[in-house]
Design a protein. Structure first.
Length: 115
């Protein structure tokens, strides 16, 4: 059952586009999130925040209300229900998935949206 939770969340993350993966990573690394990640949350937050600003013009220019993304909130709540080891497994997958997608889209243009 424990692995089922992790695999379920990983399957959801696989179906997300890069922008939503970045939004989820930002939510997980936020100081107000109730996750017990073994990563430097502040540094990771800045990294994902800058990536999303490069990709999404709306995120760059306005304050985003994450309640507009119930899918992200659902996944985030499921992650908060997990123990620390499970949270770190999911975050490791998420961070690697983002890194892979960023490397496959190296030509990010700061003046236009990628998608």
């Amino acid at each position: 059952m424990i692995d089922e939770k992790v695999n379920y969340i990983i399957d959801i993350i696989k179906d997300m586009d890069l922008e939503n993966q970045l939004r989820l990573a930002i939510c997980m690394c936020d100081n107000n999130s109730h996750t017990n990640l073994e990563y430097d949350k502040k540094e990771m937050y800045k990294y994902f925040d800058n990536l999303l600003k490069e990709i999404n013009l709306e995120y760059r220019t306005t304050t985003i209300n994450f309640s507009k993304y119930p899918y992200i909130i659902f996944v985030s709540s499921k992650i908060m229900e997990m123990d620390s080891a499970q949270q770190n497994k999911v975050s490791l997958y998420l961070f690697n998935a983002i890194d892979f997608k960023i490397k496959s889209h190296k030509n990010l243009d700061n003046t236009e949206q990628m998608f």
